[in-house]
Design a protein around this ligand. Structure first.
Ligand code: HEM
Ligand SMILES: CC(C)=CCC/C(C)=C/CC/C(C)=C/COP(=O)(O)OP(=O)(O)O
Length: 329
């Protein structure tokens, strides 16, 4: 529509649509909306959920499996967006998070909250319609746990924040299992326990090299409150606990030889990284005397570890089903 002569319009608005439209701008805005979902975190979260679906005793139709995976993706992304909405005041103080869409002002604060809430509600309702009320309830609870219990309460109030808050990220295999078969058993509960115990060494490795960020933002992460040495020893303690718990499925006959040896080797590798962190903390106040490298390596290893551990569960399951080989114990 052509504006009447006596009304002045901003130059950009008076341009024809084609000149105002910029693929680059739209592209970077889409990238920002995706970044709000923490896509790389989603990839591992959803992977553990997929394994929960795969290992369940009953397998629903492919369509239901795909919808359940989509719901897990949307829910964990939505929780990530609400986390970024709530944390925008501290994200602006940390180098690692400064360039996120909200601290850098590229996306609107209210738009982000609406986006996170709409996706959350939609993912839970869709899970309910497509699978069952238990799976939808667990999905809703994990969003609540991550956004309300961890983000708005524990994260800023206690150095044990991620020990308790880690439960949120441990739910996906349980959710996948319940979505697939509508019931619960010990096996997915052990998978929950594995991710629950994996979260502290995963996060504390990162917090060792991001400690200055957390100090600046006033977030009471373990190395800020209890120091580097205590954090390094805590990582070591959790890697031992983790190794013990990962071997349980083999002892209970829920997994066999392939899984047992994979869990053992991967677990010893994690303990190795933790020991290196303890030995490395010989600088002043338990700081590393060789720089950030060992902590960065331990963090990267934590991601590789969880991925490979769940791959080995599937491999092991497949091995038994197709080759009929006997179990270890
Ligand atoms: C409350 C529990 C957890 C905390 C506090 C935590 C913390 C973090 C932090 C601070 C980062 C760095 C993110 C960044 O630089 O943007 C990160 C990265 C990551 N986390 Fe976690 N995490 C938790 C649970 C999990 C869970 C359960 C998973 C998956 C099963 C996971 C998977 C990942 C992945 C894949 C990355 C790498 C992302 C990248 O490369 O950008 N995390 N985590
Ligand atoms: C199904 C479902 C809802 C799953 C939730 C998955 C979940 C809890 C993942 C946790 C991932 C994560 C990066 C936490 C860090 O938050 P942070 O605020 O400490 O880290 P940041 O400083 O990078 O934002």
């Amino acid at each position: 529509m052509v504006p009447p002569d006596n009304i002045s319009v901003p130059v950009a608005d008076s341009l024809p649509f084609r000149s105002r439209f910029s693929y680059e701008r739209v592209g970077s805005e889409v990238r920002d909306w995706i970044a709000l979902l923490k896509p790389r975190v989603i990839s591992l979260v959803v992977f553990t959920g997929v394994i929960g679906i795969y290992l369940a005793p009953e397998r629903p139709s492919t369509a239901i499996c795909l919808i359940s995976i989509l719901c897990l993706c949307m829910a964990s992304g939505a929780a990530g967006a609400i986390n970024m909405w709530y944390d925008r005041d501290i994200d602006i103080k940390m180098r690692r998070t400064l360039t996120r869409p909200l601290p850098s002002g590229r996306l609107g604060v209210e738009d982000t909250l609406v986006y996170g809430c709409v996706l959350s509600v939609f993912s839970v309702l869709l899970m309910w319609v497509a699978t069952n009320l238990w799976a939808a309830g667990l999905l809703a609870f994990s969003i609540f746990f991550y956004t309300v219990i961890y983000t708005s309460w524990l994260k800023r109030s206690t150095p044990q924040n991620i020990v308790i808050g880690g439960a949120a990220g441990a739910f996906p295999p349980l959710i996948g299992w319940v979505a697939a078969c509508g019931q619960i058993s010990w096996f997915p509960v052990i998978l929950f326990a594995i991710i629950f115990l994996w979260t502290p060494p995963h996060f504390w490795s990162l917090s060792l090299y991001a400690c200055k960020d957390y100090t600046r933002a006033g977030v009471p992460m373990l190395p800020v409150v209890r120091g580097q040495r205590y954090t390094r020893l805590s990582i070591l303690a959790y890697t031992f606990l983790l190794l013990g718990v990962t071997l349980i499925p083999a002892f209970l006959g829920q997994a066999g030889t392939l899984y047992f040896f994979s869990a053992l080797i991967l677990g010893l590798g994690f303990i190795g990284h933790a020991l290196r962190l303890v030995r490395d903390g010989k600088g002043p106040e338990g700081l590393s005397h060789t720089g950030d490298k060992p902590a960065r390596k331990a963090f990267r290893y934590s991601l590789f570890y969880l991925f490979m551990l769940f791959v080995s569960l599937v491999g092991d399951h497949f091995w038994f089903l197709t080759l009929g080989l006997s179990k270890l114990f």
